[in-house]
Design a protein around this ligand. Sequence first.
Ligand SMILES: NC(=O)c1ccc[n+]([C@@H]2O[C@H](COP(=O)([O-])OP(=O)(O)OC[C@H]3O[C@@H](n4cnc5c(N)ncnc54)[C@H](OP(=O)(O)O)[C@@H]3O)[C@@H](O)[C@H]2O)c1
Length: 240
Amino acid sequence: MENKNQHAVVIGGSSGIGLATATALHQRGYAVTITGRNEEKLRDAVKALDTAVGTAAFDGGKPGEVRRFFDGLGAFDHLVLCLSGGRGLGPFATLDLAEVRAGVDEKIWPQLSCAQAALPTISRNGSITFVSAVSAQLAAPGIAGIAAINGMLLSVTPILAAELKPLRINTVAPGVIDTPWWDFLPAHQRQAVFSEYGAKTPVGRVGRPEEVAEAITSLVKNGFITGQVLTVDGGLRYAA
Ligand SMILES: NC(=O)c1ccc[n+]([C@@H]2O[C@H](COP(=O)([O-])OP(=O)(O)OC[C@H]3O[C@@H](n4cnc5c(N)ncnc54)[C@H](OP(=O)(O)O)[C@@H]3O)[C@@H](O)[C@H]2O)c1
């Protein structure tokens, strides 16, 4: 099978976009390792994948745990950074800027620290794919904080592609995607948000994690793409 000698690691692979990416990569013959903080979620993910994948429970926000994971992993080929955060939403005039800082700590430092810790052992012919968010590309009121957080990944992508070559560096920027990320809302509110965004989105609906996973997988596979931000948002970027 294609890619059968390549090993892909999905940080934040126990849920949502990360789990869908692990599934897609496995189907294409990659050996896959998924990580997350919660061991029970990892066990459920392995059941959902219904195949042998490596797992590791650690907190991407804790540099010691990140270092231990990569030291123990050995050589590998591709890194996908799906771990999430959710802070920084709200009108700028009243936005608690401590939330923006916490959002960077929650999502950006872990993604950057995993990418940095991977460098000694990732294949020079491999790839790193960050997961940002379309909020960093929208001119919509109320998202300055979350845009500032996610925008950091957009900024570093071409720079790291130039600096770390031939290792390929790309970023995917998802729009609104129906994943457990939204579970902080009660079901009826979540549905209302999805309907509202679906109506704004040119394709007429919110996205599925499998659709973002396909985009990530294409960046992992295609050895001629680097330094790119791929937006997967059903066209929301140009319509919101
Ligand atoms: N869903 C959307 O609408 C949407 C839109 C734009 C961008 N995104 C971005 O897409 C990415 C994936 O989100 P998703 O929707 O798939 O979310 P999700 O379903 O909540 O999955 C998040 C994954 O990250 C892991 N994780 C979170 N914090 C972690 C940490 N500190 N260390 C290690 N693992 C951690 C979670 O497992 P544990 O909880 O067990 O750690 C889980 O496996 C995120 O970067 C998110 O910001 C999502």
